[in-house]
Design a binder for this molecule. Sequence first.
Ligand SMILES: Nc1ncnc2c1ncn2[C@@H]1O[C@H](COP(=O)(O)OP(=O)(O)OP(=O)(O)O)[C@@H](O)[C@H]1O
Ligand SMILES: [Mg+2]
Length: 236
Amino acid sequence: MAAQPVLLQTRALCKRYFAGDTVVDALADASLQIERGEYVAVMGPSGSGKSTLMNVLGFLDRPTTGDYLFDGENTATMNPDQLAALRNRSIGFVFQSFNLLPRQTAAGNVALPLLYSSVPRRERQARALAALQRVGLADRAHHLPSQLSGGQNQRVAIARALVNAPELLLADEPTGALDSVTGAEIMDLFAELNDSGITVIIVTHDETIARRTKRVIRFLDGRIVADSAPPAELRA
Ligand SMILES: Nc1ncnc2c1ncn2[C@@H]1O[C@H](COP(=O)(O)OP(=O)(O)OP(=O)(O)O)[C@@H](O)[C@H]1O
Ligand SMILES: [Mg+2]
């Protein structure tokens, strides 16, 4: 059966946090739909709910109320094991701070997500090397994170996100710790990955970065205040 065009959909998503006497609506009534193959930037001031959204979209957190459908299935009906399996299979995460294990080589870091599945060791190594090749780092496979530049470490993190061939890449300020030239190179890589068919959602504070995507969703106080429509070629 052909894949449905809609990859994910949220309906009136709310995430409420209680900290002491303070109630924070990190997400308030956020409804959005993202189709397969889209390349989306999520923008908004600090505290507007961008990371909260990414955590919900990546099943790291559940909404307080509202629905989240992934590939047509309501995630509220899935138990934690099912969510973890779906996350491992379908979603790659990239963070501002790379989140690499310092004592593992580039290849070791990239192979980590495969430890949770029953992939044999040799195949883990082969797939890690293939992922490193895809991000242009095959010749650094045996380097430790401390022996790599910031941009190279972010490439390792992207390779790790790719190693399970996910449909969706979620990147939370992936260029935030990089200089502008290195950040632009990382954005070239995301554009390439999107061209190859992966749906990409990137949180950024940088309008230049956002301009390189195909759609911008803007948040303010947990609400979506602007959403440039998905491009016509994706709606055809
Ligand atoms: N675990 C938590 N407990 C209480 N409040 C939280 C928690 N996580 C986030 N918040 C609050 O929710 C709001 C949204 O936070 P979030 O991290 O999503 O913002 P953001 O848009 O990613 O900001 P930034 O650009 O600074 O990363 C903030 O007001 C934050 O203080
Ligand atoms: Mg954030």
